[in-house]
Design a protein. Structure first.
Length: 392
């Protein structure tokens, strides 16, 4: 195992009706004027946005609003939010929605707190020295952005999708009411469950350091999400299943399931970023479409971990060679994806890249990771291209 730092400063307020505590929490963390940042119509149609702004008004907290955050949130809206915050004297951000609104809010926070172009951070040209404080009201269990240090933004010019991580952007509080996720389409719920599992699987399939307790936490989380994703596939209104998935989403990406290892592999995410940037696909669906091809490319170099995953997470019987067990685990994972109506290849995802586009995605991915990356197996541009081709 490796040494590690574990930092989770976010105050979690979990349960039914917790969105009603928003004004008290903003005050607790020093907010004097708030930017309420959200996505599309669901927050408006459900009445959540009005309930939130009513609570701020009742508490005498001035605010401005900025909607429009979309899946694979855009840099252009981030720039708009930065200018609005500076113009209005905003000192606190409130992201209302899923990972897109939260990630966009984090990027706005970087842009207000630092001079220069906020894209520099996502382009790895410099590091942030601060971020405007933010809180979140979560409506989609998926990205874990409500407790993580991460955010992902897409630059429209060139369709470049990049992530940046800094403890400055960890939310001060996260309001998590599982009932708020009940209006989601089944497809988005399944995408969220896929993303949650992938955040832990990226940390699980490593060749650098492991801890028994971290493995047990990771495997338990994966089994829990798998079980409850199947429940929600049949009964989307099951509150307890919603609650299990929502809490798992936060634990999957706040660093807990990576304690003691080398930081994780992350190449499935990096490969999907290129799919999301070029085709604007749902993130969870893109991950499911690419994972099987990635796994078959790398499993021999990380065989003990794939065997352990097959037995402890996917309930594969310990019969046959280690390689046979590992492959059965990969197949079982893909069958789970199909059961919750997730794609297992690019054709099922609904995209048909040309040879030139496959090569472009591999090239951009290699540039984005600095040439090569991976822990289960280090991948270079040639390997990335092979995985993209296999996923066809």
């Amino acid at each position: 195992m490796f040494g590690f730092n574990y930092y989770t400063p976010t105050k979690v307020v979990f349960g039914k009706g917790t969105e009603n505590e928003v004004a008290d929490l903003v005050k607790e963390f020093g907010g004097k004027k708030v930017l309420v940042h959200y996505g599309g119509g669901s927050v408006v149609r459900s009445g959540l946005l009005k309930r939130v702004t009513d609570k701020l008004e009742e508490a005498g907290i001035p605010y401005v609003t900025l909607g429009g955050a979309v899946p694979n949130p855009h840099l252009g809206l981030v720039y708009e939010g930065i200018e609005l915050c500076k113009k209005e004297g905003v000192d606190f951000l409130l992201g209302v929605g899923g990972g897109s609104a939260i990630d966009s809010a984090k990027a706005i926070g970087y842009g207000v707190a630092n001079e220069g172009d906020v894209w520099d951070f996502y382009d790895y040209k410099r590091k942030a020295t601060g971020c405007l404080p933010l809180g979140v009201i979560l409506t989609i269990a998926a990205t874990g952005s409500e407790m993580s240090d991460s955010s992902v933004i897409t630059k429209e010019e060139g369709l470049v999708k990049r992530g940046y991580s800094s403890d400055y952007a960890r939310p001060k509080f996260a309001i998590m009411n599982p009932e708020l996720t009940m209006t989601l389409p089944d497809y988005q719920t399944a995408c969220g469950c896929t993303d949650i599992m992938m955040h832990t699987m990226e940390r699980y399939f490593t060749n650098g350091g492991n801890m028994e307790i971290t493995d047990a936490l990771a495997e338990g989380l994966l089994r829990t999400v798998k079980k409850n994703a199947l429940i929600l596939n049949e009964n989307p209104m099951d509150y307890d299943a919603r609650a299990e998935v929502m809490w798992a989403g936060s634990l999957a990406h706040n660093g807990l399931t990576g304690c003691g290892n080398d930081g994780g592999d992350w190449m499935t995410h990096k490969l999907e970023h290129e799919l999301g940037g070029l085709y604007d696909v749902a993130h969870g669906a893109g991950l499911a479409a690419i994972w099987g091809s990635w796994a078959r490319y790398v499993y021999k170099d990380c065989l003990p971990r794939f065997k352990k995953f097959a037995i402890n997470v996917m309930d594969v019987e310990e019969v046959g060679s280690d390689e046979e067990i590992a492959l059965c685990g990969i197949e079982a994972m893909e069958e789970f994806y199909r059961t919750i109506h997730m794609p297992t290849n690019l054709r099922e995802l609904g995209v048909k890249p040309t040879e030139e586009e496959l090569a472009l995605m591999a090239k951009k991915c290699a540039i984005g990771v600095g040439g090569e990356k991976g822990s289960a197996k280090v991948l270079n541009e040639e390997a990335m291209l092979a995985i993209f081709k296999a996923s066809m």
